[in-house]
Design a binder for this molecule. Sequence first.
Ligand code: SAM
Length: 175
Amino acid sequence: MRIVVLRLGHRIQRDQRITTHVGLTARAFGAEGMLLDSDDTGIEKSLSEVAQRWGGSFYVKRVANWKNEIRKWKEDGGKVLHLTMYGINLPDVINEVVYHDLLIVIGAEKVPPEIYELCDWNVAVGNQPHSEVAALAVVLDRLFNVSGKDPLRSSFGGGEIEIVPKKRGKEVRDI
Ligand code: SAM
């Protein structure tokens, strides 16, 4: 199961921090990369610094035409899942969506209405408004759990440092 996140509607001034958090969350919870519908280079830079220090092969790719990315993903046999509070609630659709290669679409500002038609599923993480970061974390956790993996136990090889988990205090060691 491959999972890539497509972040739509990123506003360079307003969404820098939250889009970075979307990328960090995608990486930490098992997605392979994030496509960013923006020419903002800052997100790519900060996420690649994280991957270099903390390991793994997570990438951020800026895309000029998100519809093309959806088309290519589908041509390669993948499915597209749009996260929206207006969709079908996740527990009611999880068994249908799991095991597919998924492009998970999340918005920042209001998403273009056609996304509701272009995707295979419009999925809500509860039908209440909250945050794209929360929605992404929950959907990744549930998807990996149903498929028998725990994203919290993912290992990230190839980094420079790692945390030594401790009951108290902080320890980071060089690898
Ligand atoms: N105001 C925007 C609109 O009307 O579309 C939405 C802003 S919301 C903070 C940003 C993104 O968070 C949405 O595009 C959606 O991907 C995600 N999101 C927020 N609540 C969600 C929910 N309950 N279920 C799934 N995704 C959600």
